[in-house]
Design a protein around this ligand. Structure first.
Ligand SMILES: Cc1cc2nc3c(=O)[nH]c(=O)nc-3n(C[C@H](O)[C@H](O)[C@H](O)COP(=O)(O)OP(=O)(O)OC[C@H]3O[C@@H](n4cnc5c(N)ncnc54)[C@H](O)[C@@H]3O)c2cc1C
Length: 446
């Protein structure tokens, strides 16, 4: 049987490796349009922060290992342009412009996501960059070095924008951030979002919200981001306003699309064509709280979905229950973590949400080094269910979010969560873990 995979990063290479492990005689072909496979995009901001580090440090497994040790027919520089479902073939061109046509029995689309660029004048100027692929990382590092960049304007304020603002400040580069929407981290409880904003401003970053971007212009080596009432100048502009799923091939092949135009799959990751799967950032998933389809482009889900496809292709039926929307990031000295639904999302999905927002300590009362921790917990007044949690703090936020995340998978009520036996010792938490204190506070309102 021929298993063909389009896309050679997290979802694609996870699927290829596991399929070959499950069934060594399976013919596995991976078609990747770039020269890079199996790398940690997530590590790029931290790599960019260090001028001496090679970007290629982020490669998890080299192409030759997949080819020579794992027997995977991995073809880099091969861009798929068309899927023909009736003849069960994929066609495209390699980097030399030569056409290829490859038959498949089972096909996985693992084409990821691509950065959104605004269709406005100047977004194609040299020095206007986005960060998605390893090649983007190399270009950004080279540009900073060769142009001796002193100031960067970041358009957007999502987690990649925030991680990059920390990376650039680590290199003593001035940063200003700008976006059209007037609210900072709109998915986050207001009190918590303002803690994050203060942290960023405290590191000398200028934040400009509510400014519509009109165009970018260049004067010599200075780029200008022009808004009706604001002009920001720098040598580089990073566009970090989000990503869109790589679903064009699937749409052209007549496959169904789901939220945000991601490829619609069922819990076994199969599309409406029983021989075509989709996994990772290009595909949708079920949300364990709402039970509805959602699109959340993050790494664990891509790796896991790749594994599940491999199992299904090699005869071990596997269903994924879904995702809880758990996500974490670091910005300067703060950890930011979330799982489940925000108040607004909960309302949108028909819950009757109530929240408690608390400020507590990261360690026991008398223990030195304790820092402030901010939590928001959301529950459903009708059913008593736990719906979500957000945590911001200097320590312990990221690993602490994992307990409520598991509780969401287990469909727990706030009361059940409040009775969980969470571990305690003074250097790690107060006797009542902050997540339990938040649950106890919420129970008073339910
Ligand atoms: C800067 C940055 C930081 C991040 N940090 C985090 C983090 O901290 N935590 C987290 O969970 N996630 C993070 N992510 C997201 C994470 O990297 C993605 O969720 C993950 O890489 C998705 O894997 P994927 O295989 O679905 O897609 P991708 O990694 O995008 O891989 C898709 C591959 O398909 C190839 N391809 C596309 N179209 C074609 C075609 N037509 N023919 C052939 N090949 C094609 C692409 O070249 C690409 O190599 C980060 C992403 C970035 C950019």
């Amino acid at each position: 049987m021929k298993f063909v995979i389009i896309g050679g990063d997290a979802a694609g290479m996870s699927a290829a490796s596991r399929a070959k492990r499950n069934q060594p005689d399976l013919e596995v072909t991976v078609l990747e349009k770039t020269s890079d496979v199996s790398y940690s995009a997530c590590g790029m901001p931290y790599n960019i922060a260090e001028p001496e580090r090679e970007v290629d440090d982020l490669v998890v497994r080299h192409a030759r290992v997949f080819r020579e040790k794992q027997g995977i027919d991995l073809r880099t520089g091969h861009e798929v342009e068309h899927i023909d479902r009736s003849s069960k073939t994929v066609t495209g061109k390699n980097q030399q412009g030569k056409e290829f046509k490859i038959p498949y029995d089972k096909l996985l689309i693992a084409t990821g996501a691509s950065p959104i660029m605004l269709d406005l004048p100047g977004f194609d100027l040299p020095g206007v960059v986005a960060l998605k692929s390893l090649e983007d990382g190399r270009k950004i590092k080279d540009f900073i070095r060769s142009q001796d960049v002193k100031k960067v304007i970041i358009i957007g304020m999502g987690y990649i924008a925030l991680e990059m603002c920390e990376a650039l400040r680590a290199r003593s580069i001035d940063v200003a951030m700008v976006k059209p929407r007037p609210v900072f981290l709109p998915w986050m409880a207001e009190e918590l979002a303002s803690v994050v904003k203060e942290e960023i401003e405290g590191h000398g970053v200028k934040i400009h919200m509510g400014h519509k971007i009109e165009r970018i212009t260049a004067e010599g080596d200075v780029l200008k981001v022009i808004c009706p009432d604001l002009i920001l100048e720098g040598q580089m502009v990073l566009v970090a306003i989000g990503v869109k799923p790589g679903s064009e091939l699937a749409a052209k092949a007549g496959l169904d699309l789901g939220p945000s135009n991601s490829i619609a799959v069922d819990k076994t990751l199969v599309t409406k064509d029983e021989d075509i799967y989709a996994a990772g950032d290009c595909a949708d998933a079920y949300h364990v709280v709402t039970g509805q389809k959602t699109w959340v482009p993050l790494a664990l889900r891509a790796n896991r979905a790749g594994w599940a496809v491999a199992d299904n292709v090699t005869g071990k039926r596997t269903e994924l229950p879904g995702i809880a929307g758990s996500a974490v990031f670091k910005v300067f000295d703060l950890q930011v973590a979330r799982t489940g639904l925000s108040m607004r999302e909960a309302e949108k999905f028909g819950f009757e949400p109530v929240e408690a927002v608390i400020k507590t300590r990261s360690r026991a009362h008398a223990h030195p080094g304790s820092t402030t921790m901010h939590l928001q917990i959301v529950g459903d007044k009708k059913s008593g269910r736990l719906l979500g949690m957000q945590i911001v703090g200097n320590e312990g936020a990221v690993h602490r979010i994992k307990a409520p995340s598991v509780a969401l998978h287990a469909n727990m009520t706030v009361e059940e969560f409040s009775q969980c036996d969470l571990a305690y010792a003074p250097p790690f938490s107060p006797t009542w873990d902050p997540t339990l204190t938040a649950a106890n506070q919420l129970l008073k309102k339910m």
